[in-house]
Design a protein around this ligand. Sequence first.
Ligand code: IMP
Length: 432
Amino acid sequence: MTNVVVVGSQWGDEGKGKIVDWLSERADIVVRFQGGHNAGHTLVIDGISYKLSLLPSGIVRPGKIAVIGNGVVLDPHALLAEIEKLGAQGVKVTPENLRVADNATLILSLHRELDGMREDAASNSGTKIGTTRRGIGPAYEDKVGRRAIRVMDLADMETLPGKVDRILTHHNALRRGLGEKEVSHEAIMQELTSVADRVLPFRETVWELLDKQRRKGARILFEGAQGSLLDIDHGTYPFVTSSNTVAGQASAGSGMGPGALGYILGITKAYTTRVGEGPFPTELKDEIGQFLGEKGHEFGTVTGRKRRCGWFDAALVRQSVATNGITGIALTKLDVLDGLDELKICVGYMLDGEQIDHLPASQGAQARAEPIYVTLEGWKESTVGARSWADLPAQAIKYVRQVEELIGAPVALLSTSPERDDTILVTDPFED
Ligand code: IMP
């Protein structure tokens, strides 16, 4: 028995929701360790659909502990709204089943506003990132700039006013520069005191909780958000999110030492999608891209934006296998490829007349890299709902085997529809 870390191996939206839900049923504790309410997934349990952005998936299952780790940036209003929404659906969120790290950074209204102001300003110059405008980046900036307000600060009215002054000195200078109205000390104090009583009951020394639970033999599931190619260091910078999304962050973002992380499961879509701006070498701007988008329902859960679609990029996923230390992958949405005459997989790139096997880190080179493809025959049969290898057409199996070989990691789970049971289980990550 081991713990499991789930990460996205592409640009997010790999179909983590279903797999995380399947795993969270087997887990005792489910931990979010990075990102914030920029994430979004829908869980369907017994016919009821739950939309989660900030809360870990385990929250909808009785008897589990859901944990928001220190690596998350937490918008208290979003948290309270999500708790209320779940409450209306009959899921009671209490300090028994939700713990929030007392050292997690808070997202304030000024972070959300700054995110929007910057994106608007950048739109005019064609340099926007296409963020979710939820204040994620600005909140992480304040964390690293050592002026953030953290969960525990809500309990200390002695030191809070000084911290508010400090963060405002920075933000008001920026706002003046952008020609925007300044924010008052009173407004931020009011914002914080209005949520303090409702957030503080959830506060926890998370590293200690996880240490105790680990020693007791609890199964811990770490639920990553976004994807490895959106990682602040390893992603397609600057078109990335502001956190480390790779598996190593499960340790730093929760306080559990890396030796106890266990199985690293990379959720991998059978083709590629991306929301927002940035390089995407295998993007298909033709009718095949359209086909994938429509059949795969490729619209963002958080912003409703249309996702860009393209062929599977094995060179990029091979990089994710390395940067995360992926033990095995969960391959999702194979059924979306049903009916295509032929399928392409990117195995490397041509850059300035030379063949290379990985996407370079430089923005300019990323924009110039041209994919090199291998072409496989497609299959006409439906793979929807397949629950064993025997249910799959020979060409589909060939495609999966080719993916495994090119990325250098085995398939542990293969998902063939949004339904929970439509999954081919090769390896149970908790039992590996
Ligand atoms: P931010 O995380 O809101 O700062 O957005 C930065 C980039 O990450 C943008 O390209 C977003 O579209 C992308 N992004 C953020 N969260 C997600 C997600 O959960 N799925 C897919 N893309 C995301």
